[in-house]
Design a protein around this ligand. Structure first.
Ligand SMILES: Cc1cc2nc3c(=O)[nH]c(=O)nc-3n(C[C@H](O)[C@H](O)[C@H](O)COP(=O)(O)OP(=O)(O)OC[C@H]3O[C@@H](n4cnc5c(N)ncnc54)[C@H](O)[C@@H]3O)c2cc1C
Length: 390
């Protein structure tokens, strides 16, 4: 179904029921779920196309090991969807979720106690995670230097997609099949217009919509500030180091050390991914030091990887909030936000998209979604997520 066109003065203007700004995984999931519920005119606007920002960089990690119950429950729900995402979206490409397991290691008693407390939260939410002894950790990760650990948290159901970008594309393909219209153009301004919202576009045209969803990542603040709305979403650079594809399987689970600011995993295409999660500064001058830090962690914990080199540096941005939780809800009548995913938006997208679509249809706000309401930012951080970085 195409949005209609009306003429305003001598400029062409158009209207639709719902305008979604941002064609990342969040905006596309909202569009798909909206159109799965009922026919309506949905338009998606992105200044650079599908998966142009974080959604096009993320390597497809999905974990249920969180320190807050809300994230455990939402990711657990998303994971159920992700297990059969090709069928759910009837996509031509069939992305496969590979449950390789995530291991969070502890080098100190304090970190082990923290991981144990998180495992309790996770188990109460139905997540089958557990604490492992160093030897048990060593059994799951070949050549892991178990003597450097006091223990680890482990969930065998956590894992990675083989082709993460095809998941994003599949949401876009499904939304368009159901009638969404995607336009590659920037939204430069939002303004109320007689009970609707007028979106000014960078090509000089405009469109009016009954409802607007801002799924615009770190740039959401730029559209809101002229409306007098200031939200604490910060653009935070993140870096991934990748090897060339390696035929041999060297590292199956994801291994994360929060204390060493380190994570590593071999992806489905054979590349080994490593990150120095505290990397900060200008890559042009600091990348060599970050590679060196990664090498030191590898020698300490995963010597099997010591001859792997990481020539490829991939960068992207987290849209980070103070409590490391997304901001999802209605800001003004008909104007919605779904942004600030703080590094875990890919794994939340199915559960969030479903809930935002229901809320746009005026269903009662789901109890889990209400945790992320913009209003919570005035309160002390009751749902602060502490294990948010990887
Ligand atoms: C290095 C890295 C690794 C990550 N790893 C994981 C992971 O393993 N698992 C996980 O769950 N998450 C991961 N994430 C986080 C995840 O990628 C994001 O949380 C998620 O992709 C956010 O999706 P989004 O659709 O909300 O935002 P984005 O993907 O950032 O999309 C926002 C879109 O809005 C568009 N836009 C912005 N302003 C405008 C405007 N004014 N007009 C038109 N268009 C506009 C942009 O072009 C962009 O396409 C990672 C992120 C990074 C950077």
């Amino acid at each position: 179904m195409r949005a209609d066109r009306v003429t305003v003065g001598n400029r062409r203007s158009r209207s639709c029921d719902v305008a979604i700004v941002g064609a990342g995984i969040t905006g596309l999931s909202v569009a798909f779920h909206l159109l799965s519920r009922a026919r309506r005119e949905v338009m998606i606007f992105d200044r650079a196309g599908v998966a142009a920002e974080a959604s096009g960089v993320q390597p497809g990690g999905v974990r249920q090991q969180w320190s807050t119950r809300v994230n455990c429950l939402l990711v657990r729900e998303s994971l159920q969807t992700y297990h059969a995402i090709g069928d759910a979206l009837s996509s031509t490409v069939r992305p496969v979720f590979q449950p390789c397991g995530y291991m969070f290691v502890a080098h100190s008693e304090g970190r082990l106690a923290r991981l144990a407390a998180d495992v309790e939260v996770q188990n109460e939410a139905g997540v089958p995670s557990q604490i492992l002894t160093p030897d048990e950790a060593g059994d799951r990760v070949p050549d892991l230097r178990a003597d450097t650990l006091l223990g680890a948290a482990w969930c065998a159901e956590d894992g990675y997609f083989d082709r993460p970008q095809s998941v994003v594309a599949a949401y876009g393909e499904a939304a368009e099949r159901l009638g969404a219209v995607l336009e590659v153009v920037e939204v430069t301004r939002l303004a109320p217009a007689s009970g609707r919202w007028r979106l000014t576009l960078s090509n000089g045209s405009s469109i009016e919509a009954h409802q607007v969803v801002l799924a615009t990542g770190y740039d959401t603040t730029a559209l809101l500030e002229p409306l007098g709305i200031s939200l604490p979403i910060v653009k935070e650079p993140r870096y991934l180091f990748l090897s060339q594809p390696i035929r041999e399987r060297l590292l199956e689970p994801l291994v994360v050390s929060g204390e060493r600011s380190f994570a590593a995993k071999q992806l489905a295409d054979g590349r080994v991914l490593a990150s120095h999660t505290a990397a900060d500064g200008d890559p042009a001058t600091s990348a060599a030091a970050w590679r060196q830090a990664i090498r030191e962690r590898i020698v300490e914990m995963l010597p099997r990887l010591q001859y792997v080199s990481f020539p490829i540096l991939v960068d992207g941005y987290y849209d980070t909030t103070p409590d490391h939780q997304p901001i999802v809800g209605e800001l003004l009548g008909g104007l919605w936000i779904a942004a600030g995913f703080s590094g875990h938006g890919f794994m939340l997208a199915p559960a969030i998209g479903r809930r935002v679509a229901a809320a746009l249809d005026l269903d009662p706000i789901d109890a889990l979604l209400s945790f992320f309401s913009p209003g919570r930012l005035k309160e002390p951080a009751a749902i602060s997520e502490r294990d948010w970085v990887v």
